[in-house]
Write a protein that binds this ligand. Structure first.
Ligand code: F6R
Length: 242
């Protein structure tokens, strides 16, 4: 486990973007695992800027997003598919037919989830998984109590997650279920980057890095992975050394 400290949110996010760009240069057909949320916005902004400057290409890459709200069509601007399109995919040279996001409208979610897992395997597995962390320690939408071996499936979201994400819904409650990669799916990635920024993440970061490994804090599962880097700003990382 490597812990990288940065003085500001922007510095941490930009360093993550630069790491992704480096990986894309080394392996143009990189398989990316991607996350959404406030934390990732400056990462994608930096990647778009570097793409526009001719410094990074996604032409050979493919991507699998962690999660999607159940019940939101891709055309809904609050869906994670629409968010990824507007923040990254439509602004860079990635082949959109190789960008995958769980289907929040799947008629048979269990069958879709099995297919999503199979597609990741057929792509050769995820080379680089980008993760945020929830205030309750969730990764993807694996809420406290999730099995560390869980695969892609539909889950219920906790009240704290709904509250944190209500900002994207004009203060209204978001859909209460999501389809998410499981912790087992995430741990299969060859490299994991966790980006956590802001004082609101400090408790979750401390629990994830220094507390007991427990289902109560899903991010503690990452301590079982051989290649995880944490990228923290001064506020999120104030309680951890490394
Ligand atoms: C999003 C995801 C979540 C977020 C987490 C932090 O795809 O999987 O785990 O990374 O909820 O969200 P923000 O960045 O909005 O604080």
């Amino acid at each position: 486990m490597r812990i990288n400290h940065f003085p500001t949110t922007v510095a941490a996010a930009h360093a993550v973007a630069d790491r992704i760009a480096e990986r894309l240069k080394a392996k143009p057909n990189l398989v990316l695992g991607l996350a959404t949320g406030v934390t990732m916005e400056p990462v994608y902004e930096r990647l778009v800027a570097r793409h526009r400057a001719g410094e990074v290409s996604f032409a050979g890459a493919s991507s699998f997003n962690l999660d999607e709200y159940v019940g939101l069509p891709p055309s809904d601007p609050r869906s994670y598919r629409a968010t990824m399109d507007s923040q990254l995919f439509d602004l860079v040279d990635i082949d959109k037919t190789r960008t995958f996001v769980p289907d929040g409208l799947a008629a048979d979610p269990a069958a879709f989830a099995r297919r999503y897992e199979a597609m990741i395997r057929e792509a050769g597995g995820i080379d680089l998984q980008l993760l945020g962390i929830g205030r309750n320690g969730h990764i993807g939408f694996n809420e406290p109590g999730a099995d560390f071996a869980a695969r892609t499936r539909v889950v219920d979201l906790e009240a704290s997650t709904l509250e944190a994400n209500s900002a994207f819904f004009g203060g209204a409650t978001p859909p209460t279920q999501a389809m998410t990669m499981g912790i087992g799916t995430i741990l299969d990635s060859r490299e994991i980057i966790v980006l956590a920024t802001g004082a609101v993440k400090r408790d979750a970061v401390r629990a994830a890095l220094t507390g007991p490994i427990t289902l109560d804090c899903p991010a503690t599962a990452l301590r079982n992975h051989p290649n995880v880097g944490w990228w923290l700003d001064a506020e999120s990382g104030a309680d951890v050394v490394g």
